[in-house]
Design a protein around this ligand. Structure first.
Ligand code: DAH
Length: 363
């Protein structure tokens, strides 16, 4: 026969199991473990026990008390999390937010833009969206990733060596002119192209290399519909054994078809860049283009000039980029151009004016 304490314990366990809410559970707890609960009262009864029985029953009493306390606590925890999740499930997370800091009528407020436009716009409840340039960047990165390109990065504020000398661009080259480049008082400059990241990547890593480097570039251009002193490029560099112009053309053609659609015509025209030989400009004519059948230049590219490898070797202090063994192609895509073509945007200034009427169209 089991001890009456054990029977009490079984009874308590059944009641705890049967409790359907925290109130019922609390009633059960008080009934058994409360100050005058049926288990607690055994503490009193102990006094009347025979001397040799006391330690046995005392131990049992402790065990029963601890076991029941633990079971009650875990059942209480169950009730708490049930309550929490039923509260959470009543919250509709897809509901638009309430405008904060504004308590006027129905969540609308008037605004005006510097060019005199004013109107009423939905603001705080409106969903934000990515800037069209960011959308093009995300899509481009996704395409290049599938082709095995990793992301690389470099600073916007550069030195002349990374921007020009290492890229085989001699001191008398017009791009280095004060009229063309933003120089800082300490002779550093705002990079005129993202090609600087080609050099930084090769300085840091031996071949093979397959990277893209998106980012801003700066030139002293007058701001007009097609020029901006700050614009964006996606640089690419691929160095391996036996890389040829055919690889370059195949990769860029694939990219253009993925971005603009399979029907997009791509053309390569001979050009000159100091850091590639041969050099090619890339043009596209997309059927998606509303402006009609017109070729638009979207990139510079070419096969990496051996002089660039030699400059990198000199800096690295080794022969890692031996031009006899390694070859490569590089390209610089005009990201603003890509976005203008993809979304049929006529004016590059729209990207930086922050006019909500423009930006909303890409939500
Ligand atoms: N850096 C050139 C520019 O901004 C574009 C370019 C041409 C990048 C050829 C390259 C390249 O990587 O190989 O006009």
């Amino acid at each position: 026969m089991s001890h009456p304490l054990e029977q009490l314990c079984d009874e308590a366990l059944r009641e705890i199991e049967a409790a359907t809410d925290d109130q019922a559970l609390e009633t059960t707890r008080v009934k058994y473990l409360g100050r005058s609960g049926s288990i607690s009262s055994w503490g009193e009864q102990m006094k009347a026990l025979a001397k040799e029985e006391k330690p046995v029953v005392g131990k049992l009493l402790n065990e029963v008390r601890n076991a029941l306390t633990a079971v009650i606590e875990s059942r209480a925890q169950q009730f708490r999390s049930q309550k929490e999740s039923s509260t959470l499930s009543k919250i509709d997370i897809s509901l638009p937010g309430t405008p904060s800091g504004y308590s006027g009528y129905s969540g609308y407020y008037g605004y005006s833009t510097p060019d005199g436009y004013s109107g009423f716009g939905r603001t705080a409840e409106e969903r934000a969206s990515l800037h069209p340039l960011t959308q093009v960047l995300d899509r481009s990165i996704e395409i290049f990733r599938r082709m095995g390109f990793a992301l690389a990065d470099g600073p916007d504020i550069e030195d002349e060596w990374h921007c020009f000398d290492a890229l085989n661009t001699p001191p008398e080259h017009p791009a280095r002119n004060e009229q063309d480049t933003f120089y800082l008082p300490d002779a550093r400059l705002l990079r005129t192209h993202t090609s600087t990241v080609q050099i930084r990547t090769m300085e840091a890593e031996p071949p093979p290399i397959r990277v893209i480097a998106p980012g801003a570039a700066y030139r002293r251009d007058e701001l007009d519909a097609t020029h901006s002193p700050q614009f964006h490029q996606i640089e690419g560099l691929y160095v391996d054994e036996n890389v040829s112009v055919a690889d370059l053309k195949g990769a860029l053609e694939f990219f253009m078809h993925e971005l603009f659609g399979a029907g997009t015509e791509v053309e390569f025209r001979p050009h000159y860049f100091p850091f590639t030989e041969p050099s090619l400009e890339v043009y596209v004519k997309s059927k998606a283009l509303k402006g009609g059948e017109q070729w638009i230049e979207v990139a510079g590219s070419g096969v990496v000039h051996p002089a660039v490898f030699e400059q990198v070797n000199k800096r690295r202090g080794d022969k890692a980029y031996d031009p006899e063994k390694w070859s490569g192609y590089a390209f610089g895509l005009g990201m603003d151009r890509l976005a203008m073509i993809l979304f049929d945007i006529p004016d590059i200034r729209l990207f930086s004016q922050n006019d909500l009427r423009f930006l909303r169209q890409f939500a």
